[in-house]
Design a protein around this ligand. Structure first.
Ligand code: ZN
Ligand code: ZN
Length: 366
C-alpha cells in the first residue's frame, strides 16, 4: 500500500487525540482493523523450544499481549497476563492442552495495562504463586499518576470507557456500509464486555522485584531476568533462556509499530542493541508472531531512523506537522511493509504519533 488513504489520515488524527487519554495500543472508532479477527480465538500456542511456547494473541479491538510459557520440573513460568482475566483464562486453557503443571511464577515485563491485568487468574487459589517484575515496574503499577498501566489506571479506564462506548455507538449510526457496521458492532461488544470486566478486576501486584539482572535456576531450566536500562518504559524486563536461545521482550520489541508515549527512544535503541549481542534463535515479542533474531536489527533500525529524522527536523526548524509527513514518507520504503503485517499497529496509522512522541521527549531534554 502506497501513500496515505483518507482512513489513515483520519486514524492518525484519532490516535493523536486518544493516545494520551486511554489506550496505548489502539484507538476508538477510526480503524478498519478488526473485521477479520473479531470472531477469532484469543491465542495460538506456538512451540519455540522444548517445553517453551509463545502464546500469540489474536489481534482484537481490546488488545492482548502475547505470553511466553516456560515449563520447568517444578511447574510453569508464564510471562505476561494480557489485558483482562478472561484472556488469561483463555491462554491458561490452551496451556492445559499441552501441560497440566501448576503455574509457579508469573513475570510482568512492564507496567502497561495489556500485560498485567490478568494476573489474578494465576494468583486465585494459588497462594504459593510468585509474581515477578522489575522494581521500577512495581513502582509504576502502584503509582497513582502512572501513564497507561497500573492499579490507578484501571479506575481511569472505568471512567473513560463509557465515552468510548458512546463514540462507538455514534460511529455505528454514521457508517454507511453493512460490513463497517458489523465491524463496529463487534468492537462495541468487546468494549462493553471489557468495561464489565474492568469493574471486577483486582490484579495482584508483583510479590518479588528485581533491580538488576538475575539468573534463576528454575526446576532444571536456566532463566535470565535481564534489566538493561530504560526503553519502552523505565522498568522493562527481558526474559532470556540461554540454552533454548529464546528471548522474551515484552513491548521492548514488537512485530508492529512501537508505542513510544512512556518510552525513552534513545536509550531504547541501546537496550535492543544489547540483546542483539546474545545468542538468540527466536524472539517472543510483545505483540505479533515470534520472530527471528534479524527482527531485532530491523526494529532497532526503525527507532534509530525515527530519532535521527526528528533530530534533523528539529535542527532544520521544521514544523511538527510537516515533520510527521516528511519522516512518514522518508522511512516508508524501508519500514512500511515490515511494520504493517497485522490489522493493528500499522505503519501509516502510527508513524505520525511516533514522530510526535519522539519530538516531545527530545524537546523535554532540551
Ligand atoms: Zn503491549
Ligand atoms: Zn507496552
Amino acid at each position: 500500500m502506497e501513500g496515505w488513504t483518507r482512513r489513515q489520515i483520519l486514524a492518525q488524527a484519532t490516535i493523536a487525540a486518544a493516545v494520551y487519554t486511554l489506550d496505548p495500543h489502539e484507538l476508538c472508532c477510526g480503524s478498519m482493523a478488526y473485521a477479520q479477527t473479531a470472531g477469532a480465538e484469543s491465542f495460538e500456542l506456538k512451540k519455540v523450544g522444548d517445553g517453551v511456547w509463545a502464546g500469540v494473541a489474536a489481534a482484537r479491538y481490546k488488545v492482548n499481549s502475547n505470553a511466553a510459557v516456560i515449563e520447568t520440573n517444578d511447574g510453569l513460568v508464564i510471562v505476561d497476563s494480557h489485558s483482562k482475566p478472561s484472556a488469561a483464562q483463555s491462554l491458561y486453557k490452551d496451556v492445559q492442552g499441552v501441560t497440566k503443571k501448576k503455574v509457579t511464577k508469573v513475570i510482568n515485563t512492564h507496567f502497561h495495562w495489556d500485560h498485567w491485568q490478568g494476573n489474578q487468574v494465576y494468583a486465585d487459589g494459588n497462594p504459593g504463586l510468585e509474581i515477578i517484575a522489575s522494581d521500577r515496574c512495581k513502582e509504576r503499577l502502584t503509582d497513582p499518576n502512572a501513564m497507561n498501566g497500573g492499579t490507578a489506571f484501571i479506575d481511569k479506564q472505568i471512567a473513560a470507557m463509557p465515552g468510548e462506548i458512546s463514540r462507538l455507538k455514534d460511529a455505528i449510526q454514521k457508517v454507511p456500509d453493512a460490513a463497517g457496521k458489523a465491524r463496529l458492532e463487534g468492537n462495541l461488544a468487546q468494549a462493553e464486555a471489557y468495561l464489565a470486566e474492568l469493574k471486577t478486576m483486582k490484579p495482584p501486584v508483583p510479590t518479588r522485584t528485581v533491580s538488576q539482572t538475575v539468573k534463576l535456576q528454575e526446576g532444571g531450566r536456566e532463566i535470565h531476568l535481564m534489566l538493561l536500562g530504560r526503553g519502552h518504559t523505565d522498568g522493562d524486563l527481558y526474559v532470556y533462556l540461554p540454552k533454548e536461545k529464546v528471548m522474551v521482550t515484552g513491548d521492548a520489541v514488537v512485530d508492529w509499530m512501537p508505542f513510544i508515549a512512556d518510552g525513552y527512544p534513545e536509550e531504547w535503541i541501546q537496550t535492543v542493541a544489547a540483546i542483539e549481542k546474545l545468542d538468540i534463535s527466536q524472539v517472543i515479542v510483545g505483540h505479533g508472531d515470534p520472530a527471528p533474531k534479524s527482527h531485532l536489527t530491523f526494529f532497532r533500525g526503525y527507532l534509530t531512523d525515527l530519532v535521527d529524522g526528528v533530530k534533523k527536523g528539529i535542527a532544520a526548524k521544521t514544523p511538527l506537522e510537516e515533520m510527521k509527513k516528511q519522516i512518514g514518507e522518508a522511512l516508508a520504503p524501508k519500514y512500511e511493509k515490515g511494520m504493517s503485517k497485522y490489522p493493528l499497529g500499522q505503519y501509516r496509522d502510527r508513524v505520525g504519533v511516533n514522530v510526535e512522541h519522539v519530538h516531545a521527549k527530545l524537546a523535554k531534554q532540551g
